[in-house]
Design a binder for this molecule. Structure first.
Ligand SMILES: NC(=O)c1ccc[n+]([C@@H]2O[C@H](COP(=O)([O-])OP(=O)(O)OC[C@H]3O[C@@H](n4cnc5c(N)ncnc54)[C@H](O)[C@@H]3O)[C@@H](O)[C@H]2O)c1
Length: 436
């Protein structure tokens, strides 16, 4: 099948590459010329484990192509996936300007049998509005389906190629059947292909993200309470998780959630509720709790140093919003960096993949360490913001010998407080009192 994917970011590039890998002829389109030129040279502009190899293989097999020219990609395509960004507007609603630009631009190139598929996360009702706009522009009914994406950055290839479910919102059974065939290679273990209305499919994506964000904000609020009540959130977590109605997934306390999805999707769903005169009290609280949680690590550091960080050097490990990605959109590290800089600290930062993106924002305001151990050299404290695998079992003796003061603020609860104390560290984490 010939496919066009419009928008070649984290979702579009993974979608296009995986669909090429399963034997389709895919052209990925983007307005970002530099991105497309790099991709043509097999230089993948984002970090996603395994993606570079897969892009190279499919470029070589000529199943995958990149262009900035919609007119070259769309006319031959049976399926046109829309994967452009849908960032938040000032009022929290999803900004669909990129999507509408694409709709207007592709309309003249669509064939009668083309199916337009929204893969971007879009407000409920968008697929229907897209169909109406295409009818206005083409003078005929156009098939539009919703196919929300559930991949996680850092495990995107696995998630796309072995999805736990595929959700499709389509009005016509024939449209759903085309997508069922497309996804069949990825659903060989009988995971479900769920067909529903476009509205339900669009809502499914928001509800999934809102619930996951709710779990994180809930456990973070409980963690902060534990700290005030001499309880240990990790013990509490274990205490509740064995209850099968609760479970362990997504109930890890930390420095708040970030990324390009949870923050904006919680806001967008709340905005949809407001438009319909329904208060979204839980969603609004989830968002507020998260914003507050992103400041918790900075407050602990500030308290420890008596509010004055002038002349202090703080090392930061982990800048991406989560491990195994270079994505820093809405990352808790940004809040920490801004606050510590404001308090006069000197920052030595390290991240395995996200440093170029951080450097693009902060330039020479930060010192960039190629290795984690270089970041801690001469530091008065180490703050851990992202739980990259390489931070889990560091050489504590070396850390201690390199630091000016052996103090760790762990925003991801990676270490055992008792062990840290016995190693001579002052160790602060989330949801438990420091061991005296
Ligand atoms: N990143 C994720 O983990 C994830 C997961 C599921 C769903 N989503 C959703 O998928 C969508 C895309 O997210 P992303 O993270 O891939 O965004 P992204 O910012 O990485 O990529 C979007 C791409 O669209 C391109 N673009 C913008 N306007 C365009 C136009 N007119 N024509 C062609 N290309 C254009 C941009 O240049 C960019 O490369 C969003 O709606 C997001 O909510 C993201």
């Amino acid at each position: 099948m010939r496919i066009a994917v419009i928008g070649t970011g984290y979702v579009g590039l993974v979608t296009g590459t995986c669909l090429a890998e399963s034997g389709n002829e895919v052209t990925c389109v983007d307005i970002d010329r530099e991105k497309i030129e790099r991709l043509k040279r097999r230089d993948v502009p984002i970090y996603e484990p395994g993606l570079s190899e897969l892009v190279s293989r499919n470029l070589e097999a000529e199943r995958l192509a990149f262009t900035t020219d919609l007119a070259a990609a769309v006319p031959g395509a049976r399926l046109v996936f829309l994967a452009v960004g849908t960032p938040p507007s000032d009022d929290g609603s999803a900004d669909l300007s990129a999507l509408w630009k694409v709709i207007d631009a592709i309309a003249p190139h669509l064939r009668a049998e083309s199916i337009v598929i929204t893969k971007s996360t879009v407000p409920v009702g968008t697929a229907t509005r897209v169909a109406a706009r295409l009818k206005e522009l083409t003078g005929r009914e156009c098939d539009v389906a919703s196919n929300p994406e559930f991949l996680k950055e850092g495990a995107a290839l696995d998630d796309f190629q072995k999805p736990d479910r595929v959700v499709v919102g389509a009005r016509r059974a024939e449209v759903a059947d085309v997508l069922r065939d497309l996804y069949a290679p990825f659903l060989r273990t009988e995971n479900p292909f769920l067909v529903m209305s476009p509205e339900s499919a669009e809502m499914t994506k928001y509800v999934a993200n809102a619930l996951l964000a709710t779990k994180i904000s809930f456990i973070n609020e409980m963690a902060n309470l534990c700290e005030r009540m001499q309880a240990d959130i990790d013990d509490v977590r274990r205490g509740i998780g064995h209850d099968q109605r609760i479970g362990f997934a997504f109930l890890f306390p930390g420095a708040g959630y970030g990324g390009s999805c949870f923050p904006k999707d919680v806001l967008a769903l709340s905005s949809m509720a407001r438009e319909r005169q329904l208060p979204a009290q839980i969603l609004d609280a989830v968002h507020q709790v998260n914003n507050r949680q992103k400041t918790v690590l900075a407050e602990k550091i500030e308290r420890h140093f008596g509010g004055n960080l002038k002349g202090k050097t703080i090392a930061i490990w982990g800048l991406s919003f989560k491990p195994r990605t270079d994505d820093i959109r809405d990352a808790p590290s940004l809040v920490l960096i801004d606050r510590l800089l404001k308090l006069g600290a000197r920052l030595q930062v390290h991240d395995p993949e996200a440093m170029p993106n951080i450097r693009a924002i902060y330039g020479d305001k930060l010192a960039y360490a190629e290795l984690p151990m270089d970041a801690v050299s001469g530091a008065d404290a180490l703050a851990i913001v992202t739980e990259w695998g390489e931070f889990r079992n560091p050489e504590f003796g070396e850390i201690k010998s390199r630091m000016r003061q052996p103090v760790i603020f762990d925003g991801r609860n990676l270490y055992n407080p008792r062990q840290m104390k016995s190693l001579g560290f002052t160790y602060h984490c989330i949801g438990k009192m420091p061991i005296q």
